[in-house]
Design a protein around this ligand. Sequence first.
Ligand code: IMP
Ligand code: MG
Length: 369
Amino acid sequence: MIKLHDKYFKPFISSQEIDAAMQRLATDIANDVGDEIPVFVGILNGSFMVVSDFAKKYPKPCEVTFIKLASYEGVKSTEDIQRLIGLTQDLTGRTVVILEDIIDTGNTLAEVHRIFENEQVKSLKIATLFYKPEAYKKDFKLHYIGIEIPNKFIVGYGLDYNGLGRNIPEVYQIKETQYMTNLVLFGPPGAGKGTQAEFLKTKYNLVHISTGDVFRFNIKNETALGMLAKSYMDKGELVPDQVTIDMLNAEVEKNSGAKGFIFDGFPRTNAQAESLDKLLESKDSAISAMVALEVDDEILVKRLLSRGKTSGRVDDADESIIRNRIKEYYDKTAILKDYYSAQNKYYGVDGVGSIDEITLRLDAVIKNL
Ligand code: IMP
Ligand code: MG
């Protein structure tokens, strides 16, 4: 990780990957240009490294020139593009290829097109090393693209954050550190997980993601992922983890302003726990704790049997079914307890007592995370 001014950046694209992309650009463009002597126009400042490395890889005679535009303030693109140095040579009849370091909103590119509007060039092509498709708002065709990247701010290889970072040979991506409280909530049947989830949600402003609810929502609304999940369920097959993770990802993205999440019903396996870690890592976040309500089996059995009398839930009426559900819970969660214990993230909370007492215990754990 590196720090430039007030922000942190993490390694994103290696110099080998950049080199390979630059080589592809040079080869593709050389093939298309044929025997013409092209004029490559770099857009300063950012493109100085792209132009330099590109020119060295270009296998045939060419000319190189620059124009200088400025649009960025800090980490935001602005509409207001300043033309600092315009074209300094006549390009009438020439084959022109613009070399950009990055195309983001396309505002700079619009200005480039305005500059060339009245030039009688033979052809004008656009090449860019990096391209952020989610940010691009224009219709101009991009003829050559090195690497497509997500809509996050990057530095290095000519790109700067308020002046710094241009000299770094590889590319770093901004780390949007959000301090989130992400809990994996566990509790055997009858432990009062639902009640406590409700409390945590309100008190800490967390979003409760119950995998069961997420599945039902996606299937009911016939989302692409819901249909995909259903296709497996209809065949009596397990829904692949990746489908579940994609659904959870959609939930997390829907709530991008959340202070954190309570994951309920997921993960169930080591592989799922690893996928969840990766998902959160991609959001520059992590699981803060696995919180498991611990209640003695005999107490659970009693609680569930008495709940069964009023709720009418068949699975709460039969003692051997109840014992089986409890056993299954321990069989399944033991692996996760190990997984999170190894990261010092396992917190067992005594789930015997009044609702308020248990709430206080949970509160104490989360406050100290
Ligand atoms: P656009 O006008 O929004 O397409 O932005 C193009 C210019 O903004 C580039 O030439 C860069 O100077 C700058 N820029 C866009 N995205 C980034 C980034 O992620 N890091 C650093 N500079 C960027
Ligand atoms: Mg630029």
